[in-house]
Design a binder for this molecule. Sequence first.
Ligand code: ADP
Ligand code: MG
Length: 140
Amino acid sequence: LEAPVRMSGEVVKGFGRGSKVLGIPTANLPHDALKQLPRSFETGIYFGWATVDGVGPYKMVTSVGWNPQFANTSMTVEPHLLHSFPDDFYGSSIKIVIVGHLRAEAKFESLESLIDEIHLDISSAGELLDCEPYSFLRSA
Ligand code: ADP
Ligand code: MG
């Protein structure tokens, strides 16, 4: 990642893939927000900071990738915030700053191994964001 990448939009409904049921809800950005990505931006799993209606910043991990449900014609940006919220915040204004790359998108043998990997992503992001230069970028 050459420079932090900022994106913002209104939190929209996703396709209910059950991420909340798995304990990993993702606050989907609207399709429109993809315009904010640099043209050369590669799909993958990234980390950074997020605010919700101006509150935060919270640590976040986000996938930027192809949505299989859309026959690989549409990308989605789906941040998971490392914070426990009492309620959903659909319709809220979310702002993210992507500061680092974790890994490429991957297919997993099972749902269980995918969940394991996401938990690893979350703990890696949590630790990295406590360190410079990423901690410093919380106010970027
Ligand atoms: P959807 O398919 O509609 O995105 P999810 O299961 O991914 O459904 O749940 C996403 C919603 O959960 C978000 O839009 C947000 O309102 C809520 N939510 C609650 N806690 C979090 C969190 N820690 N990170 C992201 N979203 C959260
Ligand atoms: Mg989601």
